[in-house]
Design a protein around this ligand. Structure first.
Ligand code: NI
Length: 256
């Protein structure tokens, strides 16, 4: 069985220092495609370098809302220049994160940088990887005004079942991560049950969000199997069928 980790950070020091072993363990359980997500210029460059070393690894470039300090137009253009590199499949992760600051000036800058990156993705024909934390309404509002023309994914979707419609109406995929395996995760389980199968993609967000079975350890792409098991169980479907569909979804998302 083949699995596709649509969102991991092999460019994070925690994984990068053991990169060969991490990749070997992923391949061993069938994770044969991975997209490494950038969050600023350096990590985007590192994602590209990893993708160029391994034929089954792809990269995204972008500036995460928590990493906008000191990012001006010139910096943003340097990140955009990286998108021309071979194996860059999306702009991301980009979006809004109000979790760490209530400062409105900061929120305004986040919005401005988010919009610039959506517009760039539209210009160059790439999908976007969206990070949204404690900012769902503003995120949807911006996406409605600046529609991602080449698709994208709501990474680690943490909204309600009711809000799914807003995301699906924009043509976006729904990213499901480790929290769906947590014992008390009522909403993520409901979302995994209710979301249309053809819009689901699986992601680890490694090294973060370790699934229940390995909670407390550094997450890695090999742990995607726990997320697959959980969703197959929730949806009462064969794992084989689930994996075939979500693998195909991931390829459609990133046009691989
Ligand atoms: Ni991430």
């Amino acid at each position: 069985m083949k699995l596709f980790d649509t969102h991991c950070h092999l460019n994070d020091e925690l994984l990068y220092k053991n990169l060969d072993a991490v990749i070997e363990r992923a391949l061993k359980v069938g994770v044969d495609k991975m997209v490494v997500i950038g969050w600023d210029k350096e990590s985007s460059l590192s994602a590209i370098n990893i993708a160029q070393r391994f034929p089954f690894v792809y990269a995204t470039v972008g500036v995460h809302p928590n990493n906008i300090d000191g990012v001006d137009i010139a910096q943003l253009n340097q990140v955009f220049a990286l998108a021309k590199q071979n194996k860059v499949v999306a702009i991301g992760e980009i979006g809004l994160d109000y979790h760490y600051t209530k400062d409105e000036e900061n929120h305004a800058r986040q919005k401005e940088i988010f919009i610039k990156q959506i517009e760039f993705a539209n210009e160059v024909g790439l999908p976007i990887v969206i990070h949204s934390r404690d900012a769902f309404l503003d995120t949807i509002c911006i996406l409605k005004q600046h529609k991602p023309l080449h698709g994208g994914v709501m990474h680690c979707y943490s909204g309600s079942v009711e809000s799914l419609k807003d995301v699906l109406d924009l043509g976006l995929f729904i990213g499901v991560d480790g929290p769906v395996t947590f014992k008390n995760a009522k909403t993520p389980k409901e979302v995994a049950f209710e979301a249309p199968l053809e819009k689901l993609v699986l992601e680890t967000d490694a090294p973060y969000l370790s699934p229940q079975a390995v909670r407390g350890t550094i997450n890695e792409p090999a742990n995607l199997i726990y997320i697959a098991d959980e969703i197959a169980n929730i949806r009462q479907m064969s794992k084989k069928h689930l994996l075939e569909v979500v693998y195909d979804n991931a390829c459609r998302l990133y046009k691989i």
